[in-house]
Design a protein around this ligand. Structure first.
Ligand code: PGA
Length: 257
């Protein structure tokens, strides 16, 4: 099954606001698993997105290995008077190769709108980072049949014109599935991912055919295989289950034949 994939999957762990230096030990275990070949690193790209404070030490520890490092958010500007903010250029300088933008927690906690997310994705591209752009409907929106309308609107508003399969990853994360243990059915995921592929095709052209479309929301070792087998699902964005190396490596095992 994995060998039939035309797009190399990406499994990215989002630590959110969790982890102090002691957590680097978990990243180290993931790195060891990749180096040991037990997770077939050639079959999947693996990324951890720790809090900004840990990017630099994590990147130093991961140097020379296959573990990728990402940030969780960035400012739209490269530098300036924006106390407390971090630019995409700074993330790149610290050793990140990607940044998550438009996570629903950012959209909710910080009132980020699609246009803000698009500007952040553009900032990521400017800095040479891959933008991992998150979209997803709320439970209320799904209940009244608005899922595809919402996803279509978020893709139209959040994905910049310059997005390509090389510089952009889209993560479908139903808001109601994040951190709840709930997941959509495989059929529901298939419907949204096919819709995203088509919509991005209209928006961006041919490059959308090989753009990675991740599923995120309560992914764990026990459901990873089923979710990753869904058509047009090219990997996972993992929150809670990325904090412990054993759990995270259990998800990576879904890519081992
Ligand atoms: P979860 O979070 O895996 O803990 O549900 C996913 C995410 O927010 O990316």
């Amino acid at each position: 099954m994995t060998s039939a994939r035309k797009i190399k999957p990406l499994v990215a762990g989002n630590w959110k606001m969790n982890g102090v230096k002691a957590a680097l030990g978990e990243a180290h275990k993931v790195r060891e698993a990749l180096a040991g070949g037990s997770t077939r690193p050639s079959a999947v790209d693996v990324m951890l997105c720790p809090p900004a404070t840990l990017i630099s030490p994590l990147a130093q520890g991961a140097a020379g290995g296959s573990l990728l490092i990402g940030g969780q958010d960035c400012h739209v500007k490269a530098s300036g008077a924006h106390t407390g903010d971090i630019s995409a250029e700074m993330l790149a300088d610290a050793g990140a190769s990607a940044v998550i933008v438009g996570h629903s927690e950012r959209r909710m906690d910080h009132g980020e709108m699609d246009r803000d997310v698009r500007a952040k994705a553009e900032a990521a591209h400017r800095a040479g980072l891959t933008a991992i752009i998150c979209v997803g409907e709320t439970a209320g929106e799904r209940a009244i049949g608005l899922t595809l309308t919402v996803i279509g609107r978020q893709l139209a508003g959040s994905v910049p014109k310059g997005a390509t399969a090389a510089n952009t990853v889209i993560a479908y994360e139903p808001v109601w599935a994040i951190g709840t243990g709930l997941t959509p059915t495989a059929a529901d995921v298939a419907e949204v991912h096919q819709f995203m592929r088509q919509t991005l095709g209209k928006q961006l052209g041919e490059t959308a055919g090989t753009m990675r479309l991740l599923y995120g929301g309560s992914v764990k070792a026990s459901n990873a295989k089923e979710l990753m087998a869904v058509a047009n699902v090219d990997g996972a964005l993992v929150g809670g289950a990325s904090l412990k190396a054993d759990d995270f490596c259990g998800i990576l095992a879904a890519y081992v034949d």
